[in-house]
Design a protein around this ligand. Structure first.
Ligand code: HL5
Ligand code: SIN
Ligand code: MN
Length: 267
């Protein structure tokens, strides 16, 4: 898949671009089933909401479920990433934020690159996030809200506010922007929450300001996020655990393996 010139321009201007229904219903169901399988596996990669009852996020599912391993190199995901970053990339991080019905919690306003600069010593923001909607994103189920164009101002904060919620990963609560910073950014740029059917794909910049509200609806909102880094931009810090930061930095090649006929299990 190649993005049109207009889509590329949109991405550069806004820092975010939605491609609706890139994956079909059968593919989405295969990915959901792989998520169900993966959420039964305990370990540090599985992060629970504060009350311990529900899964908040799961990292590195691509290492345990073959559907996700296939997704990482799929042309519909990797094609645009290579086009937008203009060079070789590898997978930096893979996560699924699950935000279940009624209980799914918020994700504080933040910029991803600040987390990776602080926690991993990542030299530059040359990364792209690819969100894959595992459920429809509506105004009701806590979709991600972006401040379009905010990626062009660079980092708004330069350090952590807190170290409260960040044992297994760096939770955005600990690097969140202040109300004053948000007031002025939103006054200049407004807000947008790209809604779309399950199977839609969302490209977003590592410096765009984003966050999301709790899910009060009876509907789930699972969002898969694969983050790709430029192979020339390797982290320099003490590496965090492998479930957070991938160790294989070899350039990825586009490879389209079917997502639906794969039967799960490690690849
Ligand atoms: N939880 C991620 C990490 O690397 C960082 C956040 O949305 C990405 C800010 O620990
Ligand atoms: C969310 O899942 O709503 C937050 C996504 C992100 O921080 O990248
Ligand atoms: Mn984020």
């Amino acid at each position: 898949m190649r993005l049109s010139d207009e889509q590329v321009r949109d991405y550069r201007d806004n820092g975010v671009l939605l491609v609706e229904s890139a994956f079909d219903a059968a593919e989405v169901e295969a990915l959901r089933e792989a998520f169900r399988r993966d959420s039964r596996i305990g370990g540090e990669q599985r992060i629970l909401e504060d009350d311990g009852s529900e899964v908040r996020a799961i990292y590195s599912s691509h290492r345990r479920q073959s559907e996700f391993a296939a997704l990482v190199s799929a042309s519909r995901v990797l094609g645009p990433v290579r086009q937008l970053l203009a060079g070789d990339v590898y997978l930096y991080q893979f996560k699924i934020n699950s935000k279940p019905p009624f209980t799914g919690g918020h994700w504080a306003w933040h910029q991803d690159y600040l987390a990776w600069k602080i926690a991993d010593g990542l030299p530059s923001p040359r990364l792209i996030n690819v969100g894959v909607y595992l459920d429809e994103a509506t105004e009701f189920n806590g979709p991600v809200i972006f401040i379009p164009g905010s990626h062009r101002n660079g980092l708004v904060r330069d350090r952590r506010r807190d170290e409260i919620r960040s044992r297994q990963h760096l939770d955005p609560d600990d690097i969140s922007l202040t109300p004053d910073q948000l007031r002025s950014l939103v006054a200049g740029h407004g807000m947008a929450s790209p809604k779309g059917p399950a199977g839609s794909v969302l490209f977003f910049d590592s410096q765009i300001v984003h966050g999301s509200a709790p899910n009060m609806s009876p509907f789930p909102r699972k969002l898969l996020i694969a983050t790709y880094n430029d192979v020339g931009n390797l982290p320099r810090g003490e590496p965090r655990p492998e479930y957070l930061i991938c160790r294989d930095t070899a350039p990825l090649r586009v490879e389209d393996k079917p997502l639906v006929t794969l039967g799960g299990g490690p690849s």
